[in-house]
Design a protein around this ligand. Structure first.
Ligand code: ADP
Ligand code: ADP
Length: 224
């Protein structure tokens, strides 16, 4: 089970070359994508998540060519976008049940079971009847992870997940993320070096739309 990105490029209509000839082969575990703001990380993440199309190149996950078969990709994908919007008037439980429905988990009992297990896992079970508008930043991030894990995805993409968290919330978030990396491909996009050095077994550094370096965080330490 691998994610293979080949010769991927995307130029926006304003002429910005957001990603240029990106090549990456990513296996199971936590993969860190590190880069400054504007490096092209979100463009790459959104392309993999099939929310936008590349101009050139291919992305294949576990045999699925995502440009040819985006529907199959979405079935195995969990995505926490950089700006994750919640409906403030819904409770955590209501929103997750709604997402479970949209993800095509057909049986009501199955939806309820998964939602309960996930809310417990991210420690929001006690708060499940509270409206999302009243959640703290850390609670919203944990909720974001819960929605990304619905449907037992095999490819998980989290974009800048610790931005805006205080150090204590960040540590708790690390613990949660490191539990899920084992049997899935997890890509963590961030501009925070510590996120990658704490969590990831492999990483790449992006700059100006290109992959500048690739390897194991400890050996890339000097570049960080
Ligand atoms: P990162 O996630 O690393 O901050 P982005 O992928 O968001 O990088 O941005 C890469 C470059 O593409 C930046 O120069 C950004 O301004 C530009 N960009 C991003 N999204 C768009 C868009 N929808 N239209 C035009 N330019 C964009
Ligand atoms: P408080 O600041 O009142 O502790 P938090 O939202 O930080 O509020 O935490 C609420 C509860 O959730 C606490 O019991 C805490 O231990 C737990 N918690 C917070 N973040 C995480 C996390 N990432 N993973 C697991 N449990 C967490």
């Amino acid at each position: 089970m691998r994610l293979e990105i080949k010769n991927l490029s995307k130029t926006y209509s304003n002429g910005v070359k957001a990603i240029q000839d990106v090549n990456l082969s990513i296996g199971r575990g936590m993969f860190g994508l590190l880069g400054e703001n504007g490096a092209g990380k979100s463009t790459l993440m959104r392309t993999i998540a099939t929310l936008q199309e590349a101009d050139e190149g291919s992305v294949v996950f576990d045999g699925i060519d995502i440009a040819r078969d985006p529907v199959s990709l979405r079935k195995v994908l969990g995505y926490l976008p950089q700006e994750f919007g919640v409906y403030p008037a819904l409770t955590a439980e209501e929103f997750l049940l709604h997402i479970a429905d949209m993800k095509g988990i057909a049986k009501a009992s199955e939806r309820k079971g998964q939602v309960e297990a996930l809310l417990k896992r991210v420690n929001l079970w006690e708060d499940r009847k509270k409206k999302l508008g009243g959640y703290s930043g850390g609670m919203k991030q944990r909720f974001g992870i819960a929605q990304a894990l619905l449907g037992e995805p095999r490819l998980i993409i989290v974009d800048e997940p610790t931005a805006g968290l205080d150090p204590r919330e960040r540590n708790r978030f690390y613990n949660l993320l490191s539990e899920i990396g084992e049997n899935t491909v997890v890509i963590l996009s961030t501009h925070i070096v510590e996120d990658v050095s704490t969590l990831c077994s492999d990483m790449a550094i992006m700059g100006n739309g290109r992959v500048l370096l690739e390897g194991v965080p400890s050996t890339l330490q000097e570049s960080l």
